[in-house]
Design a protein around this ligand. Structure first.
Ligand code: IPM
Ligand code: MG
Length: 359
């Protein structure tokens, strides 16, 4: 029996609710499969811990999880802690040292879910956004001087390295190649940002030569928002910088029906460190404790985790269960316009999994 060690970090807000649901679904999935089991360790890292101890995670936190096979993350963010403190204290404190440089965000309109775009359903919107996840606008370089004075200055410097851009570009081309349409769109803003973004375009052209079977086109990020909205069927795999892809992936999630269903994988493709899987939605303090958080984003992230662990059969089974459940609108949570509760959706996914007789 294969045993995978999973570090569960629910974090803040509805993170605790959806990670609990995710662990339940993944455990059911493992039982149904029979070939593997999950050993889940829970870590209480997050804003509550920060408020009590001054740190989101213990000093040796990364050592505690560096040998796990994967990380299941909930969300980070609390109303009474500044967002940049949370982000750098927890999520980026894991992503960056663990070199999870490829952030993968699939978007599809799942059965039963209605896109806000008129006349757009399933096959017309099937994208994967690859977000550079280690540098760029999130490099953390910059500073502030003369605080509070009229001459105060602040800078945030984007860092683009040839090594960083090349590796994420190769990852994106390889991912595009693995999908039926073999189509990659490279997003930049190389008209206005004439250094780093121009280097992105140049490196894209170099890497494209290594993947002659992948069709590749270029978009400026502003025009990309229009293309995503007006011609969704013209896109397949998309690669963009850390910030551009952050913005585009929220747009993508909204066009696919809800942020509540959108998953993410923060991958270290070389597997030198564990990769981290999380729903895109945040901690959603407005609905905390109500039991109505949509667990589908976490379940779909679980699918990506199972694929990464090398369990494609179980991954496909969990995805099928998700799609069976979203197809039933009586199982939609309020973000999708329904009345279902987290527990209803979780139970339905687990029952569907248990009853799935496909290989
Ligand atoms: C995301 C989120 C985060 C980000 C926030 C919570 C800091 O928006 O994962 O897309 O900007 O990276
Ligand atoms: Mg975002």
């Amino acid at each position: 029996m294969r045993i995978y060690r999973i570090a569960a970090i629910p974090g803040d807000g509805i993170g605790t609710e959806v990670v609990a649901a995710g662990v339940e679904a993944l455990t059911t999935c493992a039982k149904r499969d029979g070939g593997f089991a999950l050993a889940v360790d829970h870590f209480d890292w997050g804003s509550e811990r920060y408020k009590k101890t001054g740190a989101f995670m213990p000093e040796n936190g990364r050592d505690l999880i560096k040998n796990h096979d994967a990380i299941l993350f909930g969300s980070a963010g609390a109303p009474d802690v500044p967002d940049h403190v949370t982000l750098w204290g927890l999520r980026l404190a894991i992503c960056q040292p663990f070199d999870q440089y490829a952030n993968v965000r699939p978007t599809r309109i799942l059965p039963g879910i209605v896109s806000p775009l008129r006349n757009v359903s399933g096959p017309e919107l099937d994208w994967v956004i690859v977000r550079e996840n280690s540098e760029g606008e999130y490099a953390g370089v910059g500073g502030r001087a003369h605080r509070g004075l009229p001459e105060e200055v602040a800078t945030d410097v984007s860092i683009f390295t040839r090594a960083g851009v090349t590796r994420v570009m190769r990852f994106a081309f390889a991912l595009a190649r693995s999908r039926p349409r073999k189509l990659l769109t490279v997003v930049t803003k190389s008209n206005a940002q004439r250094h780093g973004m121009v280097m992105w375009d140049e490196i894209a052209a170099e890497v494209a030569a290594e993947f002659p079977d992948v069709m590749c086109d270029k978009m400026l990020v502003d025009a990309m928002t229009m293309r995503m909205t007006l011609k969704p069927q013209s896109l397949d795999t998309i690669v963009a910088t850390n910030l551009h892809a952050d913005i585009l992936s929220d747009l993508a999630a909204a066009l696919a029906g809800s942020l509540g269903i959108a998953p993410t994988a923060n991958l270290n493709p070389e597997r030198n460190f564990p990769s981290m899987f999380e729903p895109i939605h945040g901690s959603a303090f407005d609905i905390v404790g109500k039991g109505i958080a949509n667990p589908i984003g976490t379940f779909w992230s679980g699918v990506m985790m199972l694929e990464h662990l090398g369990e494609p059969g179980a991954a496909a089974r969990l995805m099928r269960a998700i799609e069976r459940v979203t197809a039933d609108t009586s199982l939609h949570t309020p973000d999708l316009g329904g009345n279902a509760r987290t527990a209803d959706v979780t139970r339905a996914v687990c029952e569907t999994l248990a009853g799935d007789n496909q290989a």
